[in-house]
Design a protein around this ligand. Structure first.
Ligand code: NAD
Length: 304
């Protein structure tokens, strides 16, 4: 039996993910609010529905790839005008698969709403960006009951490289938020170290040669090195073109902050990173810049 996927949200990430499903022989019925996104999906071989609800009504799996948790919850719900949402349109027992990055609390709420009307549910946020979406090599972090994970695995396998079952509903988002908090804090730490080294007269290459092979090594240094030169493929070598844009890092840290507050966790560095990247996005012009560009803010604010 051919699996039918309703694909709601065909943006930067959703479009290439849907195209990979089509290429693998999955029947994809797409919907987006933007006509241009629908045209592109049609050209890639997807069927197009006139609403998310119409797509969901024909599907086994209802995949959402939307900007935020508010978008997901409002797409799930019926409209104020009585128009049906995804949950009330999907066939009973459908699998609701949300791949958007949303808060842990919103993901748990989405799962409860889906379960309450007899659907199964998984949160499966991704990392790997547009490049990973196009290559079908995304990392998926999945929160779902065991049987739901097993059923959703083949579809994720088409779009992804590494797929980790993190636990119950919401724990996919939990893993994503914890990973990105590590990433943000380490990228700031690496940037501060390079600027400190500049102040001390240390060359970028010398610091890199030592730290990238010593206990300072991490992805933010070894792969996403924030100064041009030592790692030719890092965004610093192309004027900080993303990569991973400051706006997306600030968004993800906002979700980390919500989780820190929800759980009452002592996370001084996570909180500070959220503040630094929110300012980077809103005041320092970093929204469209790779998040490693934070080094330029640190250098400007330094006295040397
Ligand atoms: P995007 O803004 O490019 O795409 C979202 C799409 O959803 C848009 O085309 C929009 O028109 C559509 N949309 C909004 N509301 C809708 C509705 N009610 N019904 C149908 N379509 C609707 O965003 P993106 O970059 O594709 O990101 C999607 C999600 O993936 C976000 O949660 C983001 O945080 C996450 N993410 C993005 C990246 C990345 O590099 N872009 C990486 C990892 C995770």
């Amino acid at each position: 039996d051919q699996t039918t996927v309703a694909f709601v949200g065909l943006g930067h990430m959703g479009a290439p993910m849907a195209a990979n499903l089509v290429r693998a022989g999955v029947r994809v019925i797409g919907f987006d609010l933007m006509p241009a996104a629908l045209d592109a999906a049609r050209a890639a071989g997807a069927e197009i529905a006139e609403s998310g609800a119409a797509a969901a009504a024909q599907a086994d799996i209802v995949l959402t790839m939307l900007p935020s948790g508010q978008h997901v919850l409002s797409a799930y719900a019926d409209g104020a005008d009585g128009s049906p949402g995804l949950l009330s349109s999907a066939k009973p027992g459908s699998l609701m698969l949300d791949c958007s990055t949303i808060s842990v609390a919103e993901a748990q709420q989405a799962a409860q709403l889906a379960n309450a009307v007899g659907h199964r549910s998984a949160d499966a946020p991704v990392s790997g960006g547009v490049v990973g979406a196009e290559a079908g090599s995304l990392a998926f972090m999945v929160g779902a009951p065991e049987d739901v994970f097993a059923d959703v695995y083949p579809i994720l396998d088409v779009m992804g490289g590494r797929i980790v079952h993190c636990g119950a509903n919401g724990l996919g988002q939990a893993a994503k938020v914890c990973n990105n908090m590590i990433l943000a804090v380490s990228q700031i730490a690496v940037a501060e170290a390079f600027v400190l080294g500049e102040g001390l007269g240390l060359t970028h290459q010398a610091l890199f040669d030592v730290a990238s092979n010593a206990t300072g090594q991490c992805w933010a240094l070894n792969t996403n090195c924030p100064v041009p030169g030592p790692v030719p493929t890092s965004p610093a070598n192309r004027d900080y073109q993303p990569g991973f844009a400051g706006a997306l890092m600030a968004k993800d840290l906002g979700l980390a902050l919500a989780a820190i507050e929800q759980t009452g966790t002592q996370a001084d560095l996570g909180r500070h990173a959220e503040e630094i990247y929110r300012r980077f996005r809103d005041e320092d012009g970093g929204a469209g810049t790779d998040f490693s560009g934070i080094i330029n803010v640190i250098r400007e604010k330094s006295d040397h």
